[in-house]
Design a binder for this molecule. Sequence first.
Ligand SMILES: *Cc1c(COP(=O)(O)O)cnc(C)c1O
Length: 230
Amino acid sequence: MVKENLQIVEQKIEEACKRANRDRSEVTLIAVSKTKPVSMMREVMETGIIDFGENKVQELTRKYEELDTPLNWHLIGHLQRNKAKYIVDKVSLIHSVDSLRLAEQIDEEAKKHNVVVNILIEVNIAGEESKFGVREEELLPLLMEISKLSNVKVQGLMTIAPFVENPEENRVHFKNMHKLMIDIKSKNIDNINMNILSMGMTGDYEVAIEEGATMVRVGTGIFGERNYNI
Ligand SMILES: *Cc1c(COP(=O)(O)O)cnc(C)c1O
């Protein structure tokens, strides 16, 4: 099942790239494996995928130990400051940084491990009350502060778009994220890269790609529905 699902997702990614005149190599598919067993992750790995997304520190570290092959681990869920120490030496990218305090904590732990941690800033682009992430107007001041930290490196932006029935409703938000990224990039801030735009999930990744996503985070579309009760 996982392999057939992957084929469908891959085809949709290719078609979306074509529609947007983009090269397939510009988009990284992250397989969001939260709640799913490592046996299913191995099936995904057999197709050559090495990028996996988890939203809980404990689950990520458990699977990291269990799958002792080099993979790109992405922390995509909200990170509590006191848990940064468990993952700074394991993850390729933390997608969900939305405060200076969290960035400072990651920086401090990164120094202890003698690593530089790649991060994205999570933006609450639709201004939803319930969402993590900084508001658009808070982004630049935050970046100016984070740019002073030596052991975290901002590589771009991430957003979780609103839950909608019709993915077209999120197009405007993806467009705004892309604009924001271009705008920040043009400011050439020291120690800040703007090369990654992480947006698009199972329901809307094709629209996100059409609007410039460089990473899409797909869970259900690959692994099937999640059951949080098990
Ligand atoms: C769970 C999750 C996803 C994947 O969601 P699907 O709708 O299953 O594709 C993507 N991004 C984040 C931040 C998530 O928590």
